[in-house]
Design a protein around this ligand. Structure first.
Ligand SMILES: [Ca+2]
Ligand SMILES: [Ca+2]
Ligand SMILES: [Ca+2]
Ligand SMILES: [Ca+2]
Length: 484
């Protein structure tokens, strides 16, 4: 990675930038192995982590990388007309300095001799990868995998779909990543002694998690550009860069910081402040409920717009970190690195007044938060869910008519059966069983048990009341609402 000479302006800024950093962690803490792949051949495989004396990478199978007209290995400076021998393959787009170029037909791959014994239960693996848009002869190229198993793994499982592993028995499918562009992947592993949880980050964003048995997380080294097998059937064909392994679990903010720096051409070990820029690291506490806009790498002194946007059914609650007490959207003058998280919760408003919150309507019942009777059958959404227990997405108007006719002529809408009553008749000669239903005016009305479509029959635990709907409607809908 090429160091940028600091300007006079940035030197002045950087002296107080350090104090302006909010909640900053140093992504170099706990860095066990780091490769920027600047130098060619063996020098480019030296571990560059601060203070490192071991864990240097080696070319799988020994031997030298191709140093001819289409060179592979570390120190690769990009070549749009790159020809690996099987097809032309554009490898010109570099992010920061040089990269590691791997050609599957040459069996190129490297091993980083860092195993689970070196890392402990909490560790992080991160790397940039670019798969050549053309060329490549293998169906399932791999970015990395354990040398002796796939307890740690990131590669293509079929199509261009990537899958991660945490132990060999727990996979975490991701989906498709486009060939050609650079993508950043980070696998963060945390162990509670019994379970190891993998949290996956792709291009700086959380992409799911999966748990496996901690006792199974054993591997003796990591191949990059190759799978665990001794063959070369799943070799990478393209470039890798800024490969880093930590003996601790990085935070989501640190992952996004590393991603942003790489995306803007800075190596992991470089400081954007030296180039007059600052990181604005924004996270959504839960990307399924809301997103944030405005983060990134920005020149010092510029004004940027920060926004937190809740997904439908959710609402912004607050910011934590550097933007505590800031509103949903605001302007911000960049004076240094800053980190903040937007938090979201259920949208508890009931915009259409039907008795269901917007959260309940959108995320639970699938009803329209702006229409009090989504299916237009005369029963409000909230009444269908809580009282009649009918489907708020199914038109029940036909049997509302049946019920109206069977129960009382003036009834329409709510059908709320009251507690059955048993009482003696006025002359005391027999008992009368009475059912009542909520009427349109809210007053309970008696149900006529001698109507033509109504039967009362003994059941194991009492009596069954059945008001039969027309033949084309689901039977027994009324007793379903009534029975306890
Ligand atoms: Ca509502
Ligand atoms: Ca509604
Ligand atoms: Ca309805
Ligand atoms: Ca309905």
């Amino acid at each position: 990675m090429t160091k940028r000479p600091p300007t006079l302006t940035t030197l002045i800024f950087s002296s107080w930038l350090i104090a302006g950093v909010v909640g900053a962690a140093d992504p170099q803490d706990g860095l066990v192995a780091y490769f920027g792949f600047e130098a060619a051949s063996a020098a480019g495989l030296q571990n560059q982590a601060p203070g490192a004396t071991g864990f240097h990478a080696v070319r799988v199978g020994g031997g030298a990388f191709d140093s001819g007209a289409n060179p592979s290995g570390p120190g690769f400076s990009g070549n749009a007309a790159f020809n690996p021998g099987n097809a032309a393959s554009d490898r010109s787009a570099l992010l920061a300095g040089n990269a590691l170029n791997l050609v599957d037909t040459r069996n190129d791959a490297i091993t980083v001799p860092v195993g689970s014994a070196d890392l402990g239960g909490n560790f992080t693996i991160a790397v940039w990868h670019a798969l050549a848009p053309s060329g490549g002869s293998v169906a399932r190229p791999f970015v990395f995998e354990g040398t002796d198993n796939h307890n740690v793994s990131w590669g293509i499982s079929g199509g261009d779909n990537y899958t991660a592993y945490v132990t060999q028995s727990a996979s975490l499918p991701f989906g498709v990543l486009e060939r050609g562009p650079w993508h950043h992947v980070a696998h963060v592993f945390t162990s509670d002694g019994t379970t190891t949880t993998l949290t996956l980050f792709v291009n700086g964003q959380p992409a799911g998690s999966r748990a496996g048995a901690s006792a199974a997380m054993v591997f003796s080294g990591i191949h990059f550009g190759k799978h665990r097998g001794g063959d070369h059937a799943r070799n990478w064909d393209g470039m890798l860069d800024d490969l880093a392994i930590w003996n601790r679990a990085l935070t989501a903010e640190e992952i996004e910081e590393i991603h942003l720096k790489g995306r803007h051409g800075f190596a992991l070990t470089e400081s954007p402040a030296d180039a007059g820029q600052a990181l604005v690291i924004l996270q959504s506490a839960d990307p399924s409920t809301g997103t944030v806009q405005g983060g990134g790498l920005h020149p010092l002194g510029t004004t940027i717009s920060i926004t937190s946007t809740a997904n439908p059914g959710s609402a912004v609650t607050d910011w934590t970190g550097g933007f505590v007490s800031q509103p949903v959207a605001f302007d911000w003058v960049v004076t240094g690195d800053i980190r903040a998280t937007a938090n979201f919760g259920p949208d508890l408003a009931d915009d259409d007044g039907d008795g269901l919150t917007n959260y309940e309507e959108i995320l639970i019942h699938g009803t329209d938060p702006n229409h009090p009777d989504t299916d237009g059958d005369g029963i409000p959404d909230g009444v269908e869910v809580h009282t009649t227990r009918t489907n708020p997405l199914h038109d029940d108007s036909a049997w509302i008519a049946v019920v109206g006719a069977a129960l009382f002529a003036e009834s329409a809408g709510t059908i709320e059966l009251a507690t059955p009553e048993v009482r003696p008749t006025h002359d005391g000669s027999r008992l009368a069983l009475t059912f009542r239903a909520g009427g349109p005016d809210g007053e309970p009305k008696p149900i006529a048990l001698d109507a033509g479509n109504t039967t009362v029959s003994p059941a194991n635990d009492g009596l069954d009341l059945e008001i039969r709907p027309p033949a084309n409607l689901p039977a027994h809908f009324l007793p379903r609402a009534q029975r306890r």
